[in-house]
Write a protein that binds this ligand. Structure first.
Ligand code: S3P
Length: 168
């Protein structure tokens, strides 16, 4: 079984996955990293080059690979739940954690990141609408919601670890 982290861009999925991996000495993978490795370019460039629709499909394939490999800790891209096949696959898993972080905090973290085209190419208002649209999907795919702003990665990692133990 895998601990899977979902949530908006800037929620801290990759950071928490790395913290979990270090603290509990387990392998982790990030679907964005898998894609950038497979396509030999940063995820943002890949997203722009192939377009969002195709990106969602290759992202789904990356999620399948990570799950089939039983990777203990999986971080996902923020938009993965927008694709029905990915959302359905996530909804079937047992340890999906939604890192729920307010939009202002996410925005602060992503506004200047050139590797995040979805943040760069949309106005804050459009991005906020997208954030709001995604909230219900994150919630319905997740087994657990972690209110994750204003907490250290170490504290979040230990909460997630404790919860996945009780969820088993
Ligand atoms: C995206 C989020 C990114 C990446 C891609 C699209 C999105 O991942 O998958 O740029 O649509 O929210 P992060 O959530 O790790 O930034």
């Amino acid at each position: 079984m895998s601990i899977i982290l979902i949530g908006f861009m800037g929620a801290g999925k990759t950071t928490i996955a790395k913290t979990l991996a270090t603290q509990y000495q387990l392998p982790m993978v990030d679907t964005d990293q898998l894609l950038s490795h497979q396509y030999q370019q940063p995820t943002g460039e890949l997203f722009t080059a192939i377009g969002e629709a195709k990106f969602r499909e290759v992202e789904f394939q990356a999620l399948k690979i990570a799950l089939q490999a039983n990777t203990p800790i999986i971080a996902t891209g923020g938009g993965i739940i927008e694709y029905q096949k990915s959302w359905q696959l996530l909804a079937k898993q047992n340890d999906v954690f939604w890192l729920d972080v307010d939009f202002a905090t996410c925005w602060q973290r992503i506004a200047n990141d050139s590797n995040r085209p979805v943040a760069q190419k949309n106005s804050p208002a459009t991005l906020l609408a997208r954030y709001q649209n995604r909230q219900g999907r994150y919630q319905s795919a997740a087994n657990y919601t972690i209110t994750a702003a204003n907490q250290s990665p170490l504290s979040l990692a230990s909460q997630i670890w404790a919860l996945q133990t009780t969820l088993r």
